[in-house]
Write a new protein. Structure first.
Length: 473
């Protein structure tokens, strides 16, 4: 696409975003909604549309939307900036710095190679070794693109090359299977921890603002434990049967991992610092209900210890552009959502929806909503856009039908990550793995749809029984 066409498309998307503001702004608010809340909704909706269409980068759209709330006197400057005083926003930023420590020091690669050396002597064992590596890194890496694309993918690509499996005629030797396995495993793992994806903390904050449901780090992980582990156990077996690799024994992989570990040498001080902080943070997150230390405080403590111990430098912090980007757009979105809640909009919307679903059984309502929410991701290029556009309405409808708020929020939260299985553009790591060229588009989408059916069977089939045993409803 030429630069001129790109500018025209951006102008069109910007025009649509502006039109959303104008239409909603001049419509009369419904009974029970104040004018201030209605005008804020118009600006908030336009910001969400802008994040989806992206006439500008997400951070730029968010800054413009936030500024507009103050410029129109819909909010005071202090109210417009309230999102940046939110602890969850800083938890996301701190988690990006954890990821920086894992990648900058090489600790993430070391962990991955260690698992491959220990478990990777057969192809299926190698697949599980890669998933174990991802699982260990996930709690401190709030970006599947950074974790799977930046750490795991280069290792998978090197392993495929070691077995002379390249895109094209030799893709089926082992490369196609390893790529599909690492991608779909990464999708599952991203759903298992609140801090394994950028949308996890956003979901927790929106749930709290909308329904008062408190999603804790430990609660999220515990509720995901059984369906997540079952998914990780079953997915490689299914892919192994459907995309059966020609190479089934992989002693070269263990040898390659051993060679890389020898080349890395002994763990330097910086890696020990990051490892110690990582273990401490996860331990404090898990025991937060006992220690009563806020999850954000734990994350910031970890960042401070990494800075003091040399695990990361201040220049690393300044260079963490993805973290700063998340801080900007997340803070703006959370701030507007917070003010909508304070102005009573979500309370009115909940009552409005409740009047239309009265008498519906909540469990089938929730299952249907989750299925719609899952497959609607075909229309979204990022999980962030999907969550900001659809999470609150779907949560509100389900709770209005009588579904338990925490169960509903967690279910939608898990689906918000699992839906990335569907397409080659559904999340940040999708273009990385698809772009490697080991799988054609038809196969990718076919496997994605089959993976979605597996997620429905496990998370919506087994999940409710497990959550019932946990006393969640």
């Amino acid at each position: 696409m030429s630069a001129e066409h790109t500018r025209q498309h951006r102008a069109l998307r910007g025009g649509i975003t502006g039109l959303v503001v104008l239409i909603l702004w001049f419509l009369p608010p419904p009974a029970g909604v104040g004018l201030k809340a209605w005008h804020l909704l118009a600006l908030f909706a336009a910001t969400i549309v802008g994040i989806i269409l992206q006439p500008l980068p997400m951070g730029a759209v968010a800054i413009i939307g936030m500024t507009a709330t103050a410029l129109t006197t819909t909010l005071t400057p202090a109210e417009a900036l309230t999102g940046f005083a939110n602890g969850t926003v800083w938890l996301v930023f701190a988690a990006f710095l954890f990821s920086c420590g894992l990648t900058q020091t090489g600790l993430g690669q070391r962990i991955a190679y260690w698992f491959i050396w220990a478990c990777g002597r057969r192809t299926l064992g190698l697949a599980y070794a890669l998933l174990l590596s991802d699982l260990v890194l996930a709690p401190g890496t709030p970006s599947s693109a950074a974790r799977c694309g930046g750490i795991i993918f280069p290792i998978v690509r090197s392993l495929a090359a070691a077995f002379h499996s390249e895109p094209g005629p030799t893709a089926g030797r082992i490369g196609r299977f390893l790529m599909l396995n690492s991608y779909h495993g990464g999708v599952i793992i991203s759903s298992m921890f609140m801090t394994a994806g950028a949308t996890g903390p956003l979901i927790a904050e929106l749930a709290r603002k909308t329904t008062g449901a408190e999603l804790t780090w430990a609660g999220w992980a515990l509720a995901a434990l059984l369906p997540g582990l079952v998914s990780l156990l079953v997915m490689p077996l299914v892919l192994y049967a459907l995309a059966r690799p020609e190479v089934t024994a992989t002693p070269e992989a263990a040898a390659l991992a051993r060679e890389q570990l020898v080349r890395m040498g002994r763990m330097p001080r910086a890696q020990w610092v990051v490892l110690g902080v990582f273990v401490l943070a996860v331990g404090l997150w898990v025991t937060g209900h006992l220690t009563h230390i806020d999850a954000t405080v734990v994350a910031l403590l970890g960042v401070g210890l990494m800075l003091a111990g040399g695990g990361i430098t201040w220049q690393d912090v300044l260079a963490e552009k993805h973290g700063w980007d998340a801080l900007i757009w997340f803070g703006a979105v959370v701030g507007m959502a917070d003010m909508l809640a304070r102005l009573g909009f979500f309370r009115w919307f909940s009552a409005f929806v409740a009047g239309h679903v009265k008498g519906w059984a909540w469990l089938p309502t929730l299952v249907v909503l989750l299925a719609i929410y899952l497959y609607s991701h075909y229309a979204f290029a990022t999980q962030t856009a999907h969550v900001t556009a659809m999470f609150v309405p779907f949560l509100t409808v389900a709770v209005a039908a009588g579904a338990p708020p925490v169960l509903t929020a967690l279910s939608l939260g898990y689906i918000s990550h699992l839906n990335a299985c569907l397409t080659h553009y559904g999340t940040g790591m999708s273009p990385i793995y698809y772009g490697a060229g080991y799988t054609d588009l038809r196969t990718w989408w076919g496997f994605g749809f089959l993976a979605s059916l597996l997620h429905v069977a496990i998370w919506l089939g087994l999940g409710p029984f497990y959550w019932k045993a946990l006393g969640m409803y």
